[in-house]
Design a protein. Sequence first.
Length: 97
Amino acid sequence: MTALSKKVLLDILERTLAAYVTTFLGLLIADGFDLTDVSALKAAAIASLPAALSVIKGAIGSRFGDTNSAAWLPGRGGGGKSGTKGGSRAGRQPRGG
């Protein structure tokens, strides 16, 4: 596994975990904090759906968006497939004043 693919996988993992935690906590807050209730388990199961969609989104982003991350949009340095002929512009100074 290359360092780049490891970086992308960690990016997807972070986004997936964030999607799961925020959805789960949002559902718990909306339903109340009774963790002994079956509805909390339902909230956990429901929260896994956006997290699974986050994995799919990350896979698509790493393939067609910014190839250095799971983002759909090109990075600020132009690291996506729509970059310049000379390769990535990361690290270059912006033109103009």
